[in-house]
Design a protein. Structure first.
Length: 335
């Protein structure tokens, strides 16, 4: 393998793909970036077995081939190169790659190419095109509510649903819930619902930064989802397991409404006040007994879940003043 490439183009694509390379795997090849030099185009690839990314590399192919190099070492070397043109050549006998730029020459040991996994190919027939701006904006709105607790993997994902003219994404970490619905201008050719790791969609947002008008191609495979955008292909495993039934936590009706002072709403109108503590919790969006199904010890320790039966209040004009239970005085035994 031998290619000639512009240094700035190589550096930009390396910075994009290196974020996906693994830093904790026992398989050394997963910490590397795969350089694929083909007759038609060159690619850079990286994966951590959960998220995979491949980006096109505008290079001139002198000799075709494939090689895997340490991702972060290669990135540091390319940053330090003095000249605008870079040459990379595989030396099979020495098991390294010779990198030449101006008067600088580096030799980087290769990683085992056999250990680098194959990437899933996007489906040309079953793919669905979605406006990239709407998809990325919706994902970023809910990503902050996804869990980081790997012991409950189903909550580390974002439930992505697309039907006809609506795109909906849902994320929860068991004590907070985010739901974002986005209307689409054109109907979709097919519907899908998948639980995608939040990290994969956040990486997709970085790749799509500055691209608001394009079309994102989404292909749902047996246990993978593949996103295509302007030659960049990001794939991710799908999360197994049943996503929590978030719909039961969203009240269908509201018995009280807060005045919108920012829009000059009528502040003197009468408001219906729920009579009981359970009704007050429902009006605020809390469902204590149902939310217990999503509750976690960590969430309860942080006081994230509110039991509506322990808080009461009274209406005073536009405000609701909480009235907490009185603290019981301790019976002292001395003094």
């Amino acid at each position: 393998m031998k290619i000639s490439v512009d240094r700035d183009a190589l550096l930009a694509q390396l910075q994009t793909v290196t974020r996906v390379a693994s830093t904790r795997s026992a398989i050394q090849a997963l910490s590397g970036v795969q350089v694929v030099a083909g007759d038609q185009q060159c690619e850079l690839r990286a994966t951590d077995m959960d998220v995979s990314l491949r980006v096109p590399l505008p290079a001139q192919t002198v000799r075709e081939g494939t090689v895997v190099l340490p991702a972060r070492l290669l990135l540091d070397v390319v940053r330090s190169l003095p000249a605008a043109e870079v040459s990379l050549e595989l030396r099979a006998a020495e098991q390294d790659v010779e990198l030449i730029s101006g008067g600088a020459t580096f030799h980087i040991r290769t990683l085992r190419a056999e250990d680098f996994p194959p990437f899933p190919e996007p489906s040309s027939e079953d793919g669905v095109s979605v406006p990239v701006g709407a998809f990325v904006e919706t994902a970023l709105k809910v990503a902050g509510s996804a869990s980081r607790d790997e012991t409950r993997p189903v909550l580390t994902g974002i439930l992505v649903s697309a039907t006809d003219r609506e795109l909906r994404m849902v994320a929860t970490d068991s004590y907070r819930l985010s739901v974002k619905e986005t209307a689409l201008e054109a109907p979709l050719t097919a519907a899908f619902e998948v639980n995608v790791p939040a990290r994969a969609l956040q990486e997709l947002a970085r790749v799509a930064a500055g691209t608001d008008d394009g079309q994102l191609r989404v292909s749902v495979l047996q246990n993978q989802v593949v996103f295509e955008l302007d030659g960049v292909v990001l794939s991710s495993r799908l999360i197994d397991g049943q996503f929590p039934n978030y719909r039961q936590l969203l009240p269908e009706t509201f018995r009280a409404r807060a005045p919108d002072r920012g829009r000059g709403a009528d502040r003197g109108g009468a408001q219906d006040q729920p009579a009981g503590a359970e009704e007050r919790a429902a009006a605020a969006g809390f469902q204590p007994r149902r939310a217990d199904r999503l509750g976690s010890d960590a969430g309860r320790r942080r006081g994230a879940r509110v039991d509506a039966r322990t808080v009461s209040g009274r209406a005073a004009g536009d405000r609701v003043q909480p009235r907490l239970p009185a603290r019981r005085a301790r019976s002292g035994g001395g003094g």
